[in-house]
Design a protein around this ligand. Structure first.
Ligand code: 5AD
Ligand code: SF4
Length: 443
């Protein structure tokens, strides 16, 4: 019998990368089965992220460490995929000559052929072309991978926004939406296999369909409505959105669609209009706040989360203070915050860095301290409330402890005498609130 070879995949970065790793695993599944043990692998894929310098360094340091492995085992196939691979292309090979394959996010569908070439000892293959005619192929995911009850579904690739700090338009190319029919058949297939929660993924889901021919467009809101009609799907989430494109048609979905989880990730990036302008975000803080207020009028209990960058070129103390003021106004349920990192060829690289490393660190610490206390205050608001949870699994903390996720995207731990299957829905009353989780009592 032909034994399968072993494939190890290390994934950095966002959920788009997680989903791409799943696709790669499946594309190679006839010849390879995946392993968690890197030392036993016949092939290694490093799926890289370049959003900030630190992410890129992590990918390079793992790739660098593989040099020795390749020496010991010349038959080992090493592939670098994802955003750093796209951006670096040939350059990656000169820095890391032991890498066999450099594959961009749009080229992963060629992976079986590329692997065949690498197996035939072809060296240094680079596949990073971003043809304009590229279409995301219709793709049915295998049901044996990942958490069985919830899955990501990519609905679009790339981004047209060109925020000045951001590398994504360069690594993932211009926006391309998948056909609604392909997305729906993928989700139908998942639901038929027992998947209960899907998260629709795209860099800017609000502009879904804008690249489709006029007259034959499905808006993101109407896509959501169609997905929510699929039997078996009990929860629907999406990420991520640019506030400038957030339409009232989408807000209306939070009132109308019972399956749509009451959580909205709405990256603000800065509280200062001058910085937002320099970031090319194309909204003002007044417009942002107006949209938040409107969104909450459609669904008052909506949990709102965000991304914030500190230390963007030109950010004065007053600009930073405007961000601190903003978080008091919105009172986010949770937030991710980052120090600005210059990412060539993104446009902000040409702007002089005016905030020192120490100052960036101080601002980030000040921001994160306040964000954390707001999150804790927000979490305490749930005490005494009833929440529906989708069971994630047994918690490692103690016997009989289970973990579930609320529609608002909170992790809730609770005690259950019964064994619960991931994907089950249970009702709890919240009794206690910590920073990263809530504690509930089963009803
Ligand atoms: N520097 C710091 N943070 C960045 N992000 C994107 N690009 C950069 C950068 N150059 C952050 C943004 C984005 C999140 C995914 O990463 O806040 O929303
Ligand atoms: Fe990182 Fe952005 Fe690429 Fe995701 S799309 S892997 S966040 S650079």
């Amino acid at each position: 019998m032909n034994e399968k070879k072993l494939l190890y995949i290390e994934t950095f970065g966002c959920q788009m990368n997680d989903r791409d790793s799943e696709i790669m695993r499946q594309l190679l599944a006839t010849a390879y089965e995946t392993t968690d043990v890197i030392s036993s692998a016949d092939a290694i894929i490093v799926n890289t992220c370049s959003i900030r310098d630190k992410a890129e360094q992590k990918a390079y340091s793992l790739l660098g460490a593989l040099r020795k492995k390749k020496k010991e085992n010349p038959g080992l196939i090493i592939a670098a995929t994802g955003c750093v691979a796209q951006q670096e292309g040939e350059k990656m090979l000169s820095r890391m000559p032991h890498v066999d394959l450099v594959v961009g996010p749009r080229n992963i569908y060629q992976l079986p052929e590329l692997f065949r070439r690498a197996e035939q000892q072809q060296k240094g293959i680079v596949a990073t072309d971003q043809a304009k005619s590229f279409m995301i192929p219709p793709f049915l995911p295998s049901l044996q991978q990942g958490q069985p009850h919830k899955r990501f579904v990519t609905i679009m690739q790339g981004c047209n926004n060109f925020c000045t700090y951001c590398i994504v338009p360069f690594t993932r190319g211009r926006e391309i939406s998948r056909k609604a029919e392909d997305i729906l058949s993928e989700i139908n297939h998942l639901a038929a296999g027992g998947v209960k929660e899907v998260t629709l993924l795209g860099q800017n889901v609000n502009s879904y369909g804008n690249d489709q021919p006029e007259g034959n467009r499905t808006s993101f809101a109407s896509l959501l409505r169609r997905v929510s009609e699929i039997k078996g799907v009990e929860r629907l989430r999406f990420t991520t959105s640019n506030p400038k494109d957030l339409s009232e048609e989408l807000m209306q979905c939070f009132t109308d669609l019972k399956k749509l989880c009451p959580h909205f990730h709405l990256p603000v990036q800065s509280g200062s209009n001058a910085i937002l302008k320099s970031m090319n975000r194309r909204y003002t803080i007044e417009l942002y706040l107006e949209k938040v207020e409107k969104l909450r009028s459609y669904y008052p209990q909506l949990a709102l989360t965000t991304d914030i960058i500190v230390g963007f070129p030109g950010e004065s103390r007053a600009d930073f203070q405007a961000t601190m003021d903003l978080i008091e106004k919105v009172r986010y349920h949770a937030a991710f915050s980052f120090k600005y990192s210059s990412r060539p060829p993104a446009k902000s690289c040409q702007m002089a860095e005016t905030v020192s490393r120490e100052e960036k660190e101080e601002r980030l610490a000040e921001l994160q301290e306040r964000l954390s206390s707001i999150t804790l205050e927000r979490n305490r608001e749930y005490i005494g409330q009833r929440l529906e949870l989708m069971v994630e699994g047994e918690s490692k903390a103690a016997d009989g402890q289970w973990s579930g996720r609320s529609g608002t995207n909170h992790i809730v731990n609770f005690q259950s005498p019964d064994v619960l299957a991931p994907g089950n829905l249970v009702q709890v009353i919240i009794r206690e609130a910590c920073l990263h989780s809530l504690r509930g009592e089963l009803l």
